[in-house]
Design a protein around this ligand. Structure first.
Ligand code: ADP
Ligand code: MG
Length: 201
């Protein structure tokens, strides 16, 4: 079972990975965007970690809703509302249960990914964060509790965005010139799923 502490560990691990990889994320965004993805998420997750410490929410759902709300209010770029929606929607799906199963987390993330797709109008293959999130959630659904499988699927999905042309977000303005670069949001999504595997260790 996964309790509020597990979810706080997940977000703390996400903050650490985003910090460590911020320069790489910004470099990816400088190739096909506006070079702010690393700093956007660094600011957002620092605010998430601070909010979690201050409010210490006691259920998995409340942890995710607070994290999502904090990302929306602290990240200016497109990724703030999108990641905020992912976490808020997943948190709402978990309700106020004190502990949840990995399968329930998989269902909640499925709902979160659907909400991201609805908000941004993107589908897998459009070279966005969905290209890492969607396979990660599918892997979780298949294996039920293998966060390592989800991490590997997300990383593979992120790498696979290199050959894609962007159809959503800033990178889509480049048309065919977006081909040959990894999508920064897919790269950061892979980090968030890797943090999930870290939290489960
Ligand atoms: P901005 O593009 O506003 O500068 P960021 O650089 O923080 O915001 O985030 C860019 C990332 O957001 C992209 O790499 C992509 O993965 C994701 N993204 C942008 N638009 C969409 C969308 N409509 N649907 C899903 N993801 C998107
Ligand atoms: Mg950007």
């Amino acid at each position: 079972m996964l309790d509020a502490r597990f979810f706080r560990r997940w977000l703390t691990a996400s903050t650490a990975l985003v910090d460590r990889e911020a320069d790489r994320l910004t470099e990816l965004d400088s190739a096909i965007g506006d070079a702010d993805h690393g700093s956007n998420l660094q600011r957002g997750f620092a605010a998430v970690s601070a909010a979690l410490e201050e409010e210490a929410p006691g259920t998995p759902g409340a942890v995710l809703v607070l994290a999502g709300r904090t990302l929306v209010s602290s990240v200016g770029g497109a990724s703030g509302p999108l990641y905020g929606t992912l976490l808020r929607r997943a948190g709402k799906a978990l309700g106020d249960a004190p502990e949840v199963t990995p399968a329930q987390l998989g269902d909640a993330l499925r709902a979160g990914v659907a909400a991201v797709a609805q908000l941004g109008g993107a589908r897998p293959g459009d070279k966005t964060m969905l290209d890492a999130l969607e396979p990660a959630v599918a892997a979780l659904e298949d294996t039920l509790d293998s966060f390592e499988a989800a991490r590997d699927a997300a990383e593979k999905g992120a790498q696979a965005t290199i050959v894609l042309q962007a159809h959503k977000g800033r990178a889509s303005y480049l048309g065919e010139r977006s081909i040959g670069h990894q999508d920064p949001g897919a790269a950061s999504s892979a980090l968030l799923i890797a943090a999930l595997a870290d939290a489960a260790r």
